[in-house]
Write a protein that binds this ligand. Structure first.
Ligand code: KG4
Ligand code: ZN
Length: 337
């Protein structure tokens, strides 16, 4: 059984994970999130410098938790795209150095395939066919999946403008809430009425593409009109409801239309309680099996990249070239880059 070390540095989290045969043996995570907070978004150079400082300590911590050493690693997997160029390059350089020093194969991994694979660490191997809803800070896609390590990924729909997480982050800013916006909006929404404001549900009945920029503009208009009477919890809850409603409706429709009985929801926004609850309710009604990793595996981490590496090694995939380059806008066609 292969033991795979995974490294993730595409954004502001430095993640390292060690996975073998679909099981997480050890992991460590460092975040530069607080350093970006006052800028209201991730500053690439700050993120890259933080990765540089955190990488080796995270690798050591993951080894310690796993109770193994470098000689027991059979392969190194790394996010080579998509993400922030300088941030990706830091992780890629580290992964190449480890692979070279330990004389082990290197596997470049697509970040979003990593989000999907995170679920297998909690819920076991994926069925032969599934629909995945990926909702992160940079991406929102509905995908038809076969074997993640072998088959091409089929895009059923994507966002035409903002990603779901990006909408949370922008709406948080409109409401004067902290960065990152997702957890802040979810927290504010706890005391709000989701039916207080009826925000638009864009593109319902128009296939599987998404659009969130109109929703963001509707929130901006509401905030401007409300002025000092703005009820932040109500707006947060109503916005969150609109996002969860559209995402879950389209995801369930996609499963039924393609005769797939399993829906997987992954990515940072999958940590959202309301999205999880509404998805559970609608999947139950539709007779679908719902899989969502625990919140700690929804947001960026290294275990998810090791999980893809583990699947690739098990499928006999050839390693990536040692000349593997970071691809900041890598399209999701395959898990292996
Ligand atoms: O997958 P992720 O950690 O990083 C990317 O690959 O983008 O996703 C981060 C996104 C951010 O936009 C963040 O605001 C959002 O996930 N997020 C949430 C929650 N936790 C994180 N959105 C809604 N509710 C949450 N609880
Ligand atoms: Zn991510």
């Amino acid at each position: 059984m292969a033991v795979v070390l995974g490294i993730e540095t595409s954004c502001d989290e430095t993640g390292v994970g060690i996975v073998s045969d679909g099981r997480l043996l050890g992991a460590a995570l460092a975040s530069s999130m607080e350093e970006h907070a006052r800028f209201g978004g991730v500053v690439p150079e700050i993120a890259a410098r933080a990765h540089l400082e955190s990488l080796v300590p995270c690798v050591r911590a993951a080894f310690q938790q796993a109770g193994i050493g470098p000689s027991e690693i059979d392969a190194v997997a790394v996010t080579s795209g998509p993400g922030l160029a300088t941030a990706l390059q830091t992780g890629l350089a580290a992964a190449k150095a480890y692979a070279l020093a330990w004389d082990r194969p290197l596997y470049g991994v697509h970040h979003l395939a990593g989000h999907v694979a995170a679920d297998t660490l909690e819920n076991g191997p994926l069925p032969s066919r599934s629909v995945a809803l990926i909702v992160s800070g940079g991406h929102t896609s509905l995908l038809l999946l076969g074997d993640l390590a072998r088959d091409p990924v089929v895009h059923l729909g994507d966002t035409r403008d903002d990603a779901a997480g990006e909408a949370f982050d922008k709406v948080a800013r409109l409401l004067g809430l902290a960065y990152p916006g997702g957890p802040a909006v979810a927290e504010a929404a706890r005391d709000g009425d989701p039916g207080a404001v009826v925000f638009p549900r864009a593109m319902l009945g128009a296939g599987y593409d998404f659009s969130f920029s109109g929703l963001k503009s509707a929130v901006a208009r509401h905030v401007e009109r409300a002025g000092s009477t703005l009820a932040v919890p109500d707006v947060a809850a109503s916005f969150q409801e609109a996002v969860a409603d559209v995402l879950t409706r389209k995801a369930v429709e996609a499963c039924l239309a393609h005769g797939v009985d399993t829906l997987v929801i992954v990515g940072g926004v999958a940590a959202n309680r309301r999205l999880r609850d509404l998805a559970a309710e609608r999947c139950r009604t539709a007779g679908l099996t719902l899989r969502i990793p625990p919140p700690s595996l929804c947001t960026d981490n290294g275990a998810m990249i090791a999980a893809v590496g583990d699947l690739l090694v098990a499928s006999g995939a050839p390693p990536s070239s040692r000349h593997l380059a970071a691809d900041p806008s890598a399209p999701l066609n395959r898990a292996h880059l």
